[in-house]
Design a protein around this ligand. Structure first.
Ligand code: NDP
Length: 312
C-alpha cells in the first residue's frame, strides 16, 4: 500500500481564493481592507520565515499588514504597548504575536501577551476567553493549525465521527485544541504526551493519527495501523547528512537541495509510514500552508464580525 498524499498547499490556495469575495464585500462595506497586526520580537530565523510567509499571503489577498518587529533587547512592556495600540486601533482587525518570544521575559510572558490581546481580535485564538469558548463548542475564532487540519479532513472526505483519533502532543497551540475539535466532531479521542507509556501501540490503534511532538521522523511505520490517516504537524530542520541519507534518495532533487543549503525540513513522521498509511500529509506542503490560510480566514472573520457589531 502507498498512502495518498493530502495536498495541504493546494487546499490552502483554494481556501484563500474562496476568501476573495468576502474581502471584496468587506472593502465595499468597511471602506478599507481588513488589517492584521503582527508583533515579532528578536531575530529567530524560523519566526522571520513564518512571519514573511504570513505577510506575503495576506498582502497577496489585499489585506493590510502592520508588522512591528522589536529587537531582542526590547522589554515586555514595549511588547504590551504594541498590543495595546493594535487593540485600540479602529483599523486593526486581527492581532498575532509570533512565538517564541525572548526567554529573558520569563516563562509566563507569552501567556501574559496572549491575555493582553482583545478576544475579538485574537486571530490565533490563544486568549483564555477563546480557549474557554472552544471547550464549550461555541468558538467563533479557532486556533489556525487545528482549524486547518479539520478543514483538510472535511474537504478530503475523511471520516471523523465515530473514528478513534490519537493525538500525539498536548501543546496549547496544536494538540489540546485539536483534540477538543475532534471530540466536538464526535471522534473518540486519545491524547498522548512525553509521559505516555506504550506510545507506539496506542498510536497503532488510531484510525486518525495526528502527530505534533516536534521530533524529526519520530513516528515510524510500527506506530501506524494499516490504512490509517496520518497528519504530520511537525516542522523540523535537520542538518545531519547521515540522517538525511536514510530518508531520501542520494540522487534526488531534495538531496541536491540539501547539499546546497546544508539543511532540510522534515516532519515528525518517518517517510516509511507512507507504505502503511491510507493517507498522509507531506512536509513541507501539508499542514504548514493550511495554518497560514486559516490565519487569513480568521482575520477576515474578525474584521467582518467587528464591522457587523459596529453597524448593529
Ligand atoms: P510543543 O513542544 O509545545 O509540544 C510538543 C508535545 O509533544 C508536548 O505535549 C510533549 O509532551 C510531546 N512530546 C515531546 N516528545 C515526546 C515523546 N518522545 N513522546 C511523546 N510525546 C512527546 O510543540 P508544538 O505543539 O508547538 O509543535 C509540535 C511540532 O509541530 C513542532 O515541530 C512545531 O514546529 C510544529 N508546528 C507546526 C505548525 C504548522 O503550521 N505546521 C504549527 C505549530 C507547530 P509533554 O507535554 O509531556 O512535554
Amino acid at each position: 500500500m502507498s498512502a495518498s498524499i493530502l495536498d495541504g498547499k493546494g487546499l490552502a490556495a483554494t481556501i484563500c481564493e474562496e476568501l476573495i469575495p468576502r474581502i471584496d464585500d468587506f472593502l465595499r462595506s468597511g471602506g478599507r481592507p481588513p488589517q492584521l497586526g503582527i508583533l515579532l520580537v528578536g531575530d529567530n530565523p524560523a519566526s522571520e520565515v513564518y512571519v514573511r510567509n504570513k505577510r506575503r499571503r495576506a498582502e497577496e489577498l489585499g489585506l493590510d499588514v502592520d508588522l512591528v518587529h522589536l529587537p531582542a533587547t526590547a522589554s515586555l512592556d514595549e511588547a504590551k504597548l504594541t498590543i495595546n495600540r493594535f487593540n485600540e486601533s479602529e483599523s486593526h482587525d486581527g492581532i498575532l504575536v509570533q512565538v517564541p518570544i525572548p526567554l529573558g521575559w520569563g516563562s509566563d510572558a507569552s501567556r501574559e501577551l496572549f491575555e493582553q490581546i482583545h478576544p475579538a481580535k485574537d486571530v490565533d485564538s490563544f486568549h483564555s476567553i477563546n480557549v474557554g469558548r472552544l471547550m464549550q463548542n461555541r468558538a467563533t475564532l479557532m486556533p489556525c493549525t487545528p482549524s486547518g487540519i479539520i478543514e483538510l479532513l472535511l474537504r478530503s472526505e475523511i471520516a471523523i465521527e465515530g473514528q478513534h483519533a490519537v493525538v500525539l502532543g498536548r501543546s496549547e497551540i496544536v494538540g489540546r485544541p485539536l483534540a477538543m475539535m475532534l471530540l466536538h466532531r464526535h471522534a473518540t479521542v486519545t491524547i498522548c504526551h512525553s509521559r505516555t507509556p506504550n506510545l507506539a501501540s496506542i498510536a497503532a490503534t488510531a484510525d486518525l493519527l495526528v502527530v505534533a511532538v516536534g521530533r524529526p521522523v519520530f513516528v515510524t511505520h510500527d506506530f501506524v495501523k494499516p490504512g490509517a490517516t496520518v497528519i504530520d504537524v511537525g516542522i523540523n530542520r535537520i542538518t545531519d547528512p547521515d540522517l538525511v541519507s536514510t530518508l531520501i534518495a542520494a540522487d534526488s532533487v531534495r538531496w541536491k537541495a540539501f547539499k546546497q543549503r546544508g539543511s532540510m525540513l522534515v516532519g515528525d513522521v518517518h517517510p516509511d509510514v507512507q507504505k502503511v498509511a491510507g493517507a498522509l500529509t507531506p512536509v513541507p506542503g501539508g499542514v504548514g500552508p493550511l495554518t497560514v490560510a486559516m490565519l487569513m480566514v480568521n482575520t477576515v472573520e474578525a474584521a467582518t464580525a467587528r464591522l457587523l457589531s459596529n453597524t448593529s
